[in-house]
Design a protein around this ligand. Structure first.
Ligand code: FMN
Length: 214
């Protein structure tokens, strides 16, 4: 039996991407995001307009999409509720966001130079996509509060163990992406840790509660 519901959140489960971009001072910014989908060598990224990443992508037109494995959930969670924007917008501040210019250090992740673009890769991420911005489209509610960036992959770096030998394909069994589902972190179908993002959004679910049988 289906029930009509005025769903408050439509985050059904998407891979977590750590997007690196270059700040105006030349340093690196790093932000978790999961509104990303691919078509061929193109990718669409949904980013809020208050994010430092959005400003960086508009200005520099380059980024690296570092795909996070489920084993990096702790590092991703350390980046949650941080922004590289020195002025934290009021809505974000109310949710508990803070300014953090040293994203790699806070996450405990390592910068690895890219080959074609200025922003660094994340060494610990087994899939790293060096990308160029093709177009930026206004997106979202509230007078286009977000931007949909169309990026194209210029170079892909993949940990050798994930490649099916003798091919240019990722082994789907070997690759275990970190999935953000309704603000919670999942790997291999299981909840892997608690989530600061879910707390910031005041999500009503309690993952420790036993499932109710009706
Ligand atoms: C797991 C996870 C997924 C997120 N997904 C998105 C997203 O798809 N789009 C977005 O705009 N923000 C997303 N956020 C929130 C951003 O990380 C947040 O806006 C952050 O301040 C961006 O960093 P920046 O301001 O340094 O660019 C996500 C956060 C987490 C922890």
């Amino acid at each position: 039996m289906h029930k009509v519901s005025d769903l408050k959140v439509l985050y059904f489960g998407t891979p977590v991407v750590l997007i690196s971009s270059r700040n105006p001072d030349g340093g690196a910014n790093l932000a978790p995001m999961s509104s990303a989908w691919w078509l061929g060598q193109s990718c669409m990224l949904g980013l809020g307009n208050s994010a430092q990443t959005t400003a960086n992508l508009r200005r520099e037109r380059e980024c690296v999409l570092n795909l996070a494995p489920s084993s990096l959930a702790d590092a991703v969670d350390r980046l949650a509720m941080t922004t590289g924007a020195s002025t934290v917008p009021r809505r974000k501040a109310e949710m508990g966001y803070r300014y953090e210019p040293r994203k790699f250090a806070v996450a405990g992740l390592t910068e690895q130079p890219s080959e074609l673009v200025a922003p660094p890769r994340v060494l610990e991420c087994p899939i790293q996509l060096e990308c160029e911005v093709v177009a930026a489209h206004p997106f979202g509610e509230d007078n286009a509060s977000a931007t949909a960036f169309h990026v194209t992959v210029r170079r892909a770096h993949v940990e050798e163990k994930l490649i099916i030998p003798g091919t240019h394909y990722v082994d789907p069994i070997a690759w275990d992406p970190l999935i953000m589902k309704f603000c919670e972190f999942f790997g291999d179908g299981r909840n892997v840790r608690s989530s600061r993002l879910a707390a910031g959004w005041r999500m009503p679910h309690d993952l420790r509660a036993p499932a109710k049988v009706s």
